[in-house]
Write a protein that binds this ligand. Structure first.
Ligand code: IPE
Ligand code: IPE
Ligand code: MG
Length: 216
């Protein structure tokens, strides 16, 4: 017997899920395959998560695809990731668009090859009007970068004489951070067994439930 009122069950669903999709490398190593094989499988995992969110009516999904610290990985792995990213974008966009997904990229994207930056803008523009699910892909993102950028933007307003330091409060600060168009994540998931945040959303997860799973 189902004791949960279906209307209530919908209310209890998270509105915004943030995921650190970790463990690609170890997944591949366990299969005696190169790490790139794991990153490719990671793309399939992204597809599965997006489909699940669409099915359940989740409003916003924010995925950590590449951290500001990931540049420290071997050059070979970084370029494999860029390549994979670009190809996945080209391949998946039609389906995402057809399913009402709005894509956005969050992070210091000026560090990426121009070709990739242009692709991102194109995809964002194309999917701008979609309403079923917002998919934020965090690329060259760091939670500290996010907070520092907000502080810098406010400092610039103070310098320009349009803002008094005493007027800076949480609400005003929040407006300068990323993802302000949507409610903060209410569920934060990290796969791969590590129980840390690794500089993903910091400001935004103040009240998120944290869920860690060993699944790679
Ligand atoms: C996460 O998987 C994906 C990215 C950082 C792009 P990892 O590559 O960190 O995989 P593990 O943690 O080494 O297994
Ligand atoms: C976090 O995973 C970043 C992404 C999943 C994109 P990492 O594997 O880079 O984090 P650490 O090195 O375990 O902290
Ligand atoms: Mg990792």
């Amino acid at each position: 017997m189902n004791l949960i009122d279906p209307a209530l069950a919908v209310q209890r669903l998270p509105k915004h899920i943030a995921i650190v999709m970790d463990g690609n490398g170890r997944w591949a190593e366990a299969r005696h395959r190169p790490r790139s094989f794991g990153h490719k499988a990671g793309v399939d995992a992204v597809r599965a998560v997006v489909e699940a969110c669409l099915k359940r009516g989740i409003d916003v999904l924010t995925l950590f695809a590449f951290s500001s610290e990931n540049w420290r990985r071997p050059q070979q792995e970084v370029s494999t990731l860029m390549d994979l990213f670009m190809r996945a974008l080209d391949r998946e966009v039609d389906t995402l668009h057809d399913n009402g997904v709005r894509l956005r990229f969050v992070g210091a994207r000026e560090a990426f090859p121009v070709e990739l930056q242009e692709r991102m803008v194109k995809v964002e523009t194309r999917t701008l009007g979609n309403r079923k699910l917002v998919l934020n892909v965090a690329v060259n993102y760091g939670g500290r970068w996010d907070i520092v950028s907000a502080a810098r933007a406010l400092a610039e307003q103070v310098q320009a004489g349009t803002l008094l330091p005493g007027d800076i409060d949480e609400v005003r600060f929040h407006r300068m951070t990323q993802l302000t168009e949507w409610p903060d994540p209410d569920l934060f998931i990290r796969t791969g067994g590590e129980t840390r945040v690794s500089n993903f959303l910091l400001w935004q997860i103040a009240y998120a439930e944290l869920y860690f799973t060993d699944t790679l």
